[in-house]
Write a protein that binds this ligand. Structure first.
Ligand SMILES: [Zn+2]
Length: 714
């Protein structure tokens, strides 16, 4: 996720992409109490090895005062920059801005890492207390006219300052950030901008709450076990548990509209009527003309975004958003998507024919419908590949997968990993490693936190506890990887699924991006890249995971030590392209919908139902597939930071497939290609535009064919 240059690390988590809401308080320049720094473990000098955070000495109560102290200090530092009576220079303005807020960054990096992975009530309370304060703090800086004057003064002379390429980039990015926040608008426009941002923030909150209600307010109680079909035993047990929890005393199973509940049901239930009932309810969320209807909310959001982009001087919200991405313009995104859409549509029609045939064999004389797709997909999968993913787990014990990831990094980059049991952690289950170069030089510290627990948020992610930089001497990175893998039990170690093992490789790709960073300014380091570039280094790592040569490095049975059988490897390879037409079309339909809303240049309210139907007709979407997200529940774009950016995932995938192709052309472990990938991409952070980095690595722009090949769409 792209980070704010002035508030490295904090803002990506604390602020939504569509802007912040609070009113800044211009006089709020309290004097930071330096004495506080002495008795807070967070604020004192960290005398730990490698300067890692002293997790064992930090109490949850320490964060709020330390964060506020950091903000006060940051405010003072900004005030000092403005108060400087010397002419604004790169050194006294841009570099001082870069140095400002270092205490806040240090504290907030630790806070958000621990809050995500091992939270408690105090920390959650702190997070919600501090969010509006952060937001106001960001406004105070980015809408500060005196500060913007100094930044602009330096920017105007940029060609005469004899700056290095990285310095020029920092100057341009800093200036751009002020402009994109509205710093150069007149007072009237700025106050309108604040109103728009504020209304958008509350609308997005409303959208999220409505969606939650709509998802939770519908469930189906299954009373005949036959209706569950071949639903895996663990999910049957879970559905029974849910029924009991809701007060049912029958032998029955509760299916909800949560993805982990409805999706397997649609895959396995032979009861076509019930599948339809659940599917329709799922697809109608936010569109039921009740008090939780999202149509007016999202329509107003589209209208406000369009107005805001015009205020900023852009043709549309998409133009505004994309001007700060690798893709640059909506035209480029459309041009790219259109190359994948037609082949994917063709493959999805072939898939439909195979499913329909399977349905006929089932004795059903009807057209295939949307609620049949997943069910017959499972039947075809079983018939064609006889592949049970659950049977793979014994080969993917978590430490074995970790060793596989490490072994791959050693082969590619020569890295060494030394476990350190002497460093403080935030949870006893964590593993900590010192990562060294082939010659033994220290590179980074890596924290691994594998298991799901109640105190951890869902999903998997990477954090930087300390970002690499060399502005005032070399600072080496401290990186974390976080997962929600099943915890070991008394009878079994933590055994991963194929997808979970892939996630391990993915997050480790983000970790490499952070660890290999080799830049001067933290704002441009590591994963501080545009949204449509940041998933590229992580996704590329996934490619290795399924390769037979790589599986043989680590996938040994946890009990017998036997290597994964060739027969299973063959099945993994054979089924890789299965159902990719559907997966691509479902995702891309939502991408087209996202763009369509955000390239509008009229500010009349749209009617979402009609609008969506028209856009789907324009792209010839087939009836049996609906967009992965329909308007009423498209939280990525109406309640998250992905408006005009949902395409990013497949954009990054083109880059990763084309990159992996470079290895396939030589060898999967080709050290020369790996070194070039490290130097030209992974070490460069956001110091150059993404396309330029890519061309430097690959010698040309990315080609789409490897992606089509990988997904079986060629
Ligand atoms: Zn990722």
């Amino acid at each position: 996720m792209k980070q704010n240059i002035l508030l490295v690390a904090t803002v990506s988590l604390a602020m939504a992409a569509c802007g912040d809401t609070s009113t800044p308080d211009a006089d709020d320049t309290q004097i930071a109490d330096e004495s506080m720094a002495n008795d807070s473990a967070l604020l004192a000098e960290w005398d730990t090895p490698f300067g890692v955070p002293p997790f064992d000495r930090i109490a949850s109560e320490d964060y709020l005062p330390a964060l506020r102290f950091g903000m006060d200090k940051h405010r003072q530092e900004i005030a000092d920059i403005i108060a400087n009576t010397d002419t604004a220079t790169f050194a006294n303005t841009i570099e001082m801005l870069e140095r400002s807020g270092s205490t806040l960054t240090r504290v907030s990096n630790v806070f958000y890492a621990v809050e995500g992975a091992h939270s408690d009530d105090v920390m959650r309370e702190t997070a919600s207390t501090i969010a509006p304060e952060f937001s106001a703090h960001g406004d105070d800086i980015l809408l500060n006219a005196a500060l913007f004057d100094r930044v602009s003064a330096v920017y105007e002379q940029r060609d005469d300052l004899d700056l290095t390429a990285e310095q020029l980039r920092l100057l341009e990015e800093t200036h751009k950030q002020f402009i994109r926040s509205g710093a150069n608008l007149d007072d009237e426009s700025q106050s309108r901008l604040r109103e728009i941002n504020s209304e958008l923030a509350s609308l997005s909150q409303t959208f999220q709450e409505n969606l939650l209600d709509e998802t939770n307010n519908f469930e189906v109680l299954v009373t005949d076990k036959a209706d569950l079909g071949d639903l895996p035993a663990s999910l049957v047990a879970l559905a029974a548990e849910e029924a009991t929890k809701s007060g049912q005393e029958c032998e029955c199973w509760l299916i909800s509209l949560q993805r982990p509940s409805i999706n397997p049901f649609l895959q396995y239930s032979p009861n076509r009527e019930l599948r339809k009932t659940l599917f329709d309810a799922y697809a109608a969320r936010g569109n039921n003309d009740n008090e939780s209807d999202n149509k007016a909310t999202l329509s107003r959001m589209v209208q406000l975004r369009t107005e805001r982009s015009a205020l900023m001087g852009y043709d549309s919200h998409a133009h505004f958003v994309l001007s700060d991405s690798m893709a640059e313009t909506p035209e480029n995104v459309y041009g790219f998507l259109d190359q994948i859409w037609q082949p994917a549509l063709r493959v999805s029609k072939e898939e439909r024919a195979a499913l329909e045939e399977m349905m006929r064999a089932d004795g059903i004389d009807d057209r295939l419908r949307a609620w049949d797709w997943r069910y017959y997909t499972e039947k075809v999968r079983k018939a064609k590949y006889d592949f049970d993913e659950e049977a793979l787990r014994p080969y993917f014990e978590v430490n074995a997968v970790r060793d596989g990831v490490f072994a791959l990094s050693t082969k590619l980059f020569g890295l060494q990993f030394v476990e350190r049991n002497d460093l403080p952690k935030w949870h006893p289950d964590q593993q900590v490693f010192e990562v060294k170069e082939a010659d033994g030089t220290h590179l980074a510290i890596l924290y691994m936190d594998y298991f799901a627990r109640e105190t951890k948020q869902g999903g998997a992610w990477m954090n930087e506890l300390r970002t690499q930089m060399s502005l005032d001497g070399e600072v080496t990175p401290i990186i974390t990887n976080n997962f929600n893998f099943p915890a070991p039990t008394e009878s079994s170690p933590s055994l991963l699924s194929l997808t979970e093992a892939e996630t391990f490789f993915h997050e480790f790709g983000h970790a490499l991006h952070g660890m290999f960073s080799d830049v001067t300014y933290a704002s441009l380091a590591g994963t501080n890249t545009p949204r449509d570039f940041v998933e590229f280094p992580s996704q590329v790592m996934e490619n290795w995971m399924r390769e037979p040569e790589v599986l043989r490095l680590f996938a040994n049975h946890y009990e017998t030590g036997e290597p994964i059988p060739q027969e299973i490897i063959d099945k993994i390879t054979a089924s890789a392209k299965f159902n990719q037409g559907f997966i691509t079309i479902e995702y891309m339909a939502a991408t087209y919908l996202d763009l369509a809303y955000h390239v509008l240049d009229i500010t009349e309210m749209v009617e979402p139902d009609e609008f969506e139907s028209k856009i789907m007709a324009d792209i010839d979407l087939i009836d049996e597939i609906i967009p992965r997200y329909r308007s009423g529940y498209f939280a990525h774009i109406f309640a998250g930071g992905y408006s005009a950016g949902y395409y990013s995932y497949i954009w990054s995938e083109v880059l990763d497939a084309d990159t992996f192709q470079a290895f396939k052309e030589t060898s999967l472990f080709d050290t020369e290609t790996a070194a070039r990938f490290r130097t030209e991409i992974l070490s460069k952070g956001g110091t150059r535009p993404g396309m330029e980095l890519y061309v430097n690595f690959r010698g040309r722009e990315p080609q789409i064919e490897p992606l089509l090949e990988k997904r079986g769409l060629n």
